[in-house]
Design a protein around this ligand. Structure first.
Ligand SMILES: [Cu+2]
Length: 757
């Protein structure tokens, strides 16, 4: 992305040029391990785009995917979280087709801070079906930044892991004195596996002061097909041949989603004000590893941003409001086992979540050497989660899972960055966060839930956590060929409302609470304390002086977490109805657990590198790139393994570029997963290797993408896919067999076309 400064007027340039210059000398600050970006897109819109403000020195552990990389990735993916898949330490916990849960260095979901267009959002669902990144279509994403390891406090908060910032395009403006700019882009793509289709359109109109932009996107897919043969066993007593899935079809993987956004922006000489309205509607998204499916998710958000430059520095402010109405029921593949569609009332589950946020940050360049950042952040979150009566044991009352749930935060932080000389940089920051959670009185469907409900209602449920974060890092750049960084961070996260306030110990209600996709049942624990993590991380980066010929980066890290919210099985002593003696000892069944604070340790190492193999005007450029990633997570109280830890994995890619052409052959290898959580009866998975091909060609205003995923149609099981619940009587405790893993998608031919105007 280029910064173009209009000649006749001082442009709105929020990036301090000093920072930009230093960043330019540090190829690592950008997407260093990705081969150098391909030639700029022809006729791209980016030429007059103003780059977004930088909020902090980016640690070596941070990486940015900018427009040139995203152009290739986003054309062929419906799931925004999958844009992160090439980050070396990224793992993805399978969920719905457009809402996988990202993990980085063994920490996932709520343990990461994920900002969508600067908004901090929370998932409003007992299965976290609507994580923050599912609220933006990949076609709208212009930049993804990941701060891993030691995260500066100015971009952290309410998390113990990495920060992921997903941003849509900065507004474009016309050059002063020039006519208004009108432009846009249309695109469409198809995927053979699952018959996925997607389309998007954007249009903008901009003068030198005002800018208006519309973004729209639709995508939908049927169930995908596994590679090889996949034949999950269903309950033998039910015989409805016409409703069986095809032999290789993975049940409950279909989805349909629609996104719209309207953005208005105004800029002055030194200021920018921007307002965005976003609307999303997901009529259905099915879950192969949850007992329920998403049958509606309607949301809107308003996002107001201010950016100003003053004689003393820069001021950045943002206010946002987001409202989600979420509903669950049986999707088609789960419904069929009970009877033709519409025959059974099923189990309606409804959720409403509202988030209001405000963040203000000032950046003060105190001297050539020192920059001070001071900021505050307030977040107000409200949650209601209720299940309407549907007959049988689920009547006559409405079941209140969480009523008047509240989670409010007030943070202040300060951070000092010093560039002592071209070789040494230090950054230290402190954040204080008050987090208050509460939940109102609840009720069950009927009197059989009274004991739990009364006990829950009788206790004091308000919790106030005084959390604090500290991050300190030092970077040494001895010469043009090496950079070293070492950092230490202390970070805290308060439990989410499902971890603290779900209350029913009836087996069915517990099976509805599941954040890990393992098929087990969970109940909350109001006594949970906030997680407290200490991370040590070091990075060494070696590269040629230009940063374009070769580079190698190694990052070992370790994180120790006190009061990590893990889960322990419940037994008869607890008096909970699902918690039998057998529950404590079962090794091949779904089990029932209560969230519990535990001590855990995670450690691992990431290695990435790239090398230009050759470059000539005649043959173009050949680049080899790859990475290897190892992470281990242990509960040090019980000696057990943490759930959903990605096994050892590696990636190797050969890329060829010439003119508007770019072609990549990529091999992904994943070792077998044998370090599994015994407490949760997590299933092992076998190792596998996949070959993917991707190519794109840009010609004038048109760009064609083509790809084949899983070229050899290998059958494999997703290491973080959890337990298969794609079809059958998933609501029942024994209605789906234990031991079936969720297969990954088989071969898919993908084609995408975008045209800008
Ligand atoms: Cu849900």
């Amino acid at each position: 992305m280029k910064i173009t400064v209009p000649a006749r007027r001082r442009a709105y340039t929020p990036v301090p040029f000093a920072l930009g210059a230093i960043a330019a000398t540090l190829p690592l600050c950008a997407w260093a391990q990705e081969p150098p970006a391909e030639p700029a897109a022809v006729g791209s819109l980016e030429a007059v785009t103003v780059t977004a403000p930088r909020t902090a020195a980016e640690p070596l552990g941070s990486q940015t995917l900018d427009a040139s990389v995203l152009l290739r990735q986003r054309a062929l993916s419906a799931d925004t979280a999958q844009l992160l898949r090439d980050f070396p330490d990224y793992s993805s916990q399978a969920a719905g087709g457009v809402s996988s849960l990202p993990g980085i260095r063994g920490l996932a979901d709520d343990r990461l801070r994920i900002e969508m267009d600067g908004m901090s959002l929370l998932s409003s669902c007992g299965n976290h079906m609507n994580p923050p990144m599912s609220y933006i279509d990949p076609s709208r994403v212009e930049r993804v930044r990941v701060f891993a390891g030691v995260v500066p406090v100015s971009v952290g908060g309410d998390s113990i892991g990495a920060t992921v910032q997903v941003d849509s395009a900065e507004p474009v403006f016309a050059e002063p004195g020039q006519p208004a700019r009108v432009g846009g882009e249309v695109g469409a793509s198809v995927q053979s596996n699952g018959r996925g289709v997607a389309a998007h359109a954007t249009a903008h109109y901009a003068t030198d002061r005002f800018s208006l932009r519309y973004d729209g996107a639709l995508s939908q897919a049927d169930n995908y097909r596994a590679g090889g043969d996949f034949k999950p066993a269903g309950p033998a007593s039910i015989d409805k041949p016409d409703q069986w899935l095809r032999a290789d079809e993975v049940g409950s993987t279909a989805y349909k989603t629609r996104n719209h956004a309207l953005t208005g922006a105004w800029r002055g000489d030194d200021q920018l004000v921007q307002l965005r309205l976003g609307v999303q509607d997901i009529p259905y998204q099915y879950y192969p590893n949850q007992r329920m499916d998403m049958t509606r998710n309607d949301s809107y958000h308003l996002n107001l941003r201010y950016d100003g430059r003053f004689s003393w520095g820069r001021l950045e402010a943002r206010a946002w409001h987001e409202n989600t109405r979420h509903g669950m029921q049986f999707g088609d593949d789960k419904q069929y086992w009970y009877g033709p569609k519409g025959d059974v009332p099923g189990m309606p589950m409804d959720t409403r979540g509202r988030t209001s946020g405000l963040r203000v940050m000032g950046e003060l360049p105190l001297s050539e050497r020192d920059t001070l950042r001071v900021g505050a952040e307030a977040l107000r979150y409200r949650l209601d989660d209720w299940w309407l009566p549907s007959g049988g044991g689920m009547a006559p009352n409405t079941f209140w899972n969480i009523r008047d749930g509240q989670r409010d935060r007030l943070d202040v932080f300060t951070e000092w960055e010093a560039r002592w000389n071209p070789k040494w940089l230090t950054l230290i920051g402190l954040r204080s966060a008050n987090t208050r959670t509460d939940a109102g009185p609840v009720q069950g469907y009927n009197a059989s839930y009274d004991a739990d409900a009364n006990a829950f209602n009788a206790r004091d449920r308000r919790r106030t956590d005084h959390n604090w974060d500290l991050a300190a890092l030092v970077r040494f750049t001895p010469n043009a060929n090496a950079t070293y960084e070492f950092g230490i961070a202390h970070k805290m996260r308060s439990p989410n409302l499902y971890e603290r306030y779900t209350w029913s110990t009836g087996g069915m209600a517990m099976r509805m609470i599941n954040l890990t996709g393992d098929g087990n049942g969970y109940v909350g624990n109001p006594d949970l304390k906030p997680e407290q993590a200490t991370t040590l991380s070091a990075t060494a980066d070696w590269h040629d002086a230009t940063g374009e010929k070769w580079g190698v980066r190694v990052t070992p890290y370790t994180t120790h977490v006190r009061n990590y919210v893990d889960a322990l099985r419940c037994g008869p002593a607890t008096g909970m109805s699902a918690c039998t003696a057998a529950n404590l000892t079962a090794t091949d069944a779904f089990v029932y657990l209560r969230f519990a604070n535990q001590s855990v340790r995670l450690y691992g190492i990431d290695m990435t590198g790239f090398a230009e193999l050759g470059r000539s005007p005649r043959w173009g450029q050949f680049v080899l790139s790859g990475g290897i990633n190892y992470v281990r997570g242990k509960n040090t109280d019980t000696g057990d393994n943490l759930i959903n830890m990605m096994p050892l994995n590696a990636r190797l890619a050969l890329t060829h570029r010439q003119g508007g052409w770019s072609g990549t052959a990529e091999w992904v290898g994943v070792a077998g997963k044998d370090k599994v959580s015994r407490e949760r009866n997590e299933m092992t998975t076998a190792g596998y290797g996949l070959l993917n091909l991707r190519a794109s060609y840009a010609w004038k205003q048109v760009r064609l993408h083509f790809g084949i995923d899983n070229l050899f149609d290998r059958y494999y099981e997703l290491p973080l896919g959890g337990a298969y619940m794609g079809q059958g009587q998933t609501m029942s405790g024994t209605g789906v067999p234990w031991g079936v893993r969720v297969p990954g998608p088989g071969r898919s031919f993908n084609v995408g076309l975008t045209a800008s105007f």
